[in-house]
Ligand binder design. Structure first.
Ligand code: FMN
Length: 222
């Protein structure tokens, strides 16, 4: 099984990349092949809105990494998007790549609204692994809504799975030990008992990322 995995964070030792690494470790246990893309490297340029894809069935932009990447995307069964939540949304480099997905579909303006039809039959698992500073899930909702829309626009055969890591503020927080988290929470003036609770919760979060990777890589292809 082929997987394309997008890292959306611009920072190293990022929480969302740690979540993605666990997912990929789980998938590797089932011998899945993975192609990783680091969105912040900006090798895919932004959509120019020319809409030529509606006629030529592919993106008209030449000379960037998209052409090779689109073939890998079409060949994959699982697409994983790991991103920090930035003002309730994806990071901009990741959104820039996602906009190029416009070229995978035909869009028709009808009196009732826009009609989206994928050029190919899509039967993929989309996975969102999100990290956010806020303790509640609401901040990630616009991203989940966006992917609910995209997976549906690309056809009924797709599915969406999402995992949100909460109260993750600083680099590498999701893999911190109980002691490290205790020191951080003292500095952040958070109640001391939360460090214990969150350390366990973070471990469960990473385990759920691993289990999802393992589970999806074990599913039948096609
Ligand atoms: C520009 C910016 C905007 C952010 N916006 C939000 C937000 O809307 N909601 C939230 O809960 N956290 C927000 N955060 C916090 C990040 O989501 C959090 O630090 C996360 O752990 C970063 O993930 P990473 O380590 O994978 O980069 C924001 C951080 C930055 C730098």
């Amino acid at each position: 099984m082929n997987i394309v995995a997008f890292h959306g964070s611009p920072r190293t030792n990022s929480n969302s990349s740690h979540m993605l690494r666990e997912f990929l470790r789980g998938a590797a246990d089932r011998q899945a092949n993975c192609h990783e893309v680091f969105a912040a490297e900006n090798t895919v340029s932004s959509c120019r809105g020319c809409l030529r894809c509606n006629l030529i069935k592919r993106c008209a932009i030449k000379g960037d990494a998209w052409e090779a990447l689109r073939l890998k995307i079409l060949d994959a069964t699982v697409l994983v998007f790991a991103s920090p939540v930035y003002f309730h949304h994806l990071t901009s480099p990741l959104k820039q790549i996602l906009d190029r997905f416009r070229s995978f579909m035909h869009i028709q303006v009808t009196a009732e609204g826009l009609l989206h039809t994928a050029w190919q039959e899509w039967k993929k698992h989309f996975v969102l692994l999100l990290a956010q500073g806020s303790p509640d899930n609401d901040n990630a909702k616009p991203i989940i809504d966006l992917f609910t829309f995209i997976t549906r626009a690309l056809g009924p055969g797709n599915s969406l799975h999402s995992i949100v890591g909460t109260r993750l503020a600083v680099k590498g927080q999701v893999i911190m030990s109980r002691e490290e988290l205790g020191t951080l929470y003292t500095r952040l003036e958070l109640p001391a008992h939360l460090a214990e609770i969150d350390c366990e919760r973070n471990q469960e979060l990473l385990q759920s990322c691993h289990d999802l990777g393992f589970g999806l890589a074990g599913k039948e292809e096609g």
